[in-house]
Unconditional design. Sequence first.
Length: 242
Amino acid sequence: MLTSVIIADLNERHLPETVENLYDTASDAVEVIVKKDDDSRGMRRCLNKAAKEAKGEYLFKVDGHCIMQNGWDVKLHNTFTSDRDMAVCSIREIDEPSWTIRDDKGFDQVTINSDLTIIGQGLSDPDSPLIQETMASIGCGFMLARNRFYDLGGMWEELWRWGNLGAEWALKVWLSGGRVFVNRDVICGHLFRRQGLAGGGPERNRLSRHILGRRFASMQGPEQIYPLGWLAKRFNKKQEVA
């Protein structure tokens, strides 16, 4: 089964290592489609362009500064319970000087706060299930069916150049009746940027989250069947049961 990897090249200095690693560690057929931000329209525009060229049944969105481990593609395929779901990786930080994954620093679960910011919740107990529901992803290392990507409107470019992808896609999937799963057996090493990208910033990100929240609060999300507050209530109930 062909997987199409889509990457936005935002002046990525580790892009060659990332692309080589994706091919080397895949168990089945993959194509890696990279689009450079030549027109300064940002990550979302690049990813939409890449998706238009994709031929795979599934799309895998990853950043140009990541390391995957063996079998990531097939393991993520096996995470889905239906084509309405989204499968995400467990995240670990990369040690840049050695370009290796740090096993001691990362997170499995990602939560969406009331202001639609996201936060990693740390690593799960080693004895917990390998595949778990999660509220969101960090916006990197997630897979969904290509048809589902288009049914949910692709990347919303009105949310500006970069940022808030984790909340955008979690809300699209959950509130339209799908589910988001993290597979703890699929590790994505991620180099976290210590400086922001040009054309973004806190104010722009707050505005993007405001647009996102207003759209789902008014039940205008793609194929939306649940109100915005449903997701937090659902995960609060899961925590109470646990």
